[in-house]
Design a protein around this ligand. Structure first.
Ligand code: KG4
Ligand code: ZN
Length: 340
């Protein structure tokens, strides 16, 4: 540690982004290098796990090296190496974990295993340097939809989660059904801006009033049924309206439950996290409701919403402060839960 500054080198490879970052004292990002595999997986219409692992192996050395160069630091400056160990694709995770283990051993630096969902939440600490817990955070990504009460640093209470599809997964599937490319979420978001959000009344699935759990498979079926029905009747499908109406149904439920959770927890702040947090309508609607209900609203910039190394570096820093280190037995945990 130099001048009371803790530098974490962070590595993220849980899905289709090979990413590395250098983060100072948890919140100051010195570098954040992301090598996306989107162009490769596009041709298959989704992430092919075996291909993702191989690409991570090809990329990881250069990505980590670039993160160090861009941050203008060398191995002596680094205090610890943080790496995502789950949840995610097992083969993809193992590439990052083994690379981090190798560096930790060779450089004689502590290793810190980080939960990917915790990383997404921590992106908010980078965006808002003064943010302190407690707050309610909606984490919505391609693999997860969690409503979390962040009690303190590293202390989470899971209020609800999806019982079937993740919000991002639903976006990707509907995008594919209306002929958009991969990844569908951002493309559907863009198309929806040209459509009418009340053109089609898709269901708002709230499960029941007392539950903070989500379910998106019924909505997905309703949209697919609508599309089949139009095709059978030779009726025109206005894709912009389908996109806007579907998006509104997802966003309505996400906002409703998040605001309800904040009221119940009596907290003053609401945060968004995960790839879907970059959705323009979700940001707008949640923002409006926060103003109406007097909550401070936090949302990371889009580059910090989707997978990146900086968020892992931030989460790793708070573990470093608590001396929560891992050893060489650290393994990939594809179904790792956010610990309560
Ligand atoms: O957090 P992330 O990068 O990876 C996971 O941990 O899953 O999230 C990726 C997901 C994808 O499903 C993608 O379609 C969705 O986030 N996504 C969006 C938007 N940008 C990314 N969904 C809706 N609107 C967006 N603007
Ligand atoms: Zn993610």
């Amino acid at each position: 540690m130099k001048d009371n500054k803790v530098l974490i080198l962070a590595i993220e490879s849980s899905c289709d982004e090979t990413a590395a970052a250098v983060v100072e004292n948890g919140r100051n990002v010195l570098s954040n290098v992301i090598s996306s595999q989107i162009e490769i997986h596009k041709q298959f219409g989704g992430v092919v796990p075996e291909v993702a692992s191989r690409k991570h192996i090809e990329n990881i050395n250069d990505v980590v090296y670039e993160a160090l160069i861009k941050a203008q630091v060398n191995k002596e400056d680094i205090d610890a190496i943080a790496v995502t160990y789950g949840p995610g694709l097992v083969g993809a995770l193992l590439v990052g974990i083994n690379f981090a283990k190798g560096l930790s051993y060779a450089w004689e630096k502590p290793l810190i295993g980080v939960n990917h969902i915790e990383g997404h939440i921590c992106a908010n600490f980078i965006e808002d340097k003064n943010l302190e817990p407690p707050f309610v955070c909606l984490v919505a990504s391609g693999g997860h939809t969690h409503l979390v009460y962040v009690r303190d640093y590293g202390e989470y209470e899971i209020l609800g989660k999806t019982r079937d599809d993740a919000a991002g997964e639903a976006f990707d599937k509907i995008a594919r059904a209306i002929g958009l490319g991969y990844p569908g979420g951002p493309l559907l978001d863009k198309l929806a801006q040209k459509g009418k959000k009340d053109a089609i009344n898709f269901p708002r699935v709230t499960i029941d009033d007392d539950s903070y759990d989500f379910s998106f498979s019924g909505l997905k079926s309703a949209v697919l049924n609508y599309l089949h029905h139009c095709e059978q009747k030779n009726a025109e499908i206005i894709k912009e309206d389908v996109a806007a109406s579907f998006q509104e149904a997802v966003v309505d439920v996400l906002v409703l439950k998040t605001i309800k959770a904040a009221k119940e927890k009596n907290c003053e702040k609401i945060a968004l996290a995960g790839g879907v947090a970059s959705n323009s309508r979700l940001r707008q609607h949640m923002g409006d409701e926060c103003i109406k209900n007097n909550y401070k609203f936090m949302r990371p910039s889009p580059i910090l919403c989707t997978d990146n190394g900086a968020m892992i570096g931030c989460a790793g820093y708070y573990k470093y402060l608590k001396k929560e280190f891992s050893n060489s037995t650290l393994n990939a945990m594809p179904n790792l839960e956010l610990s309560e």
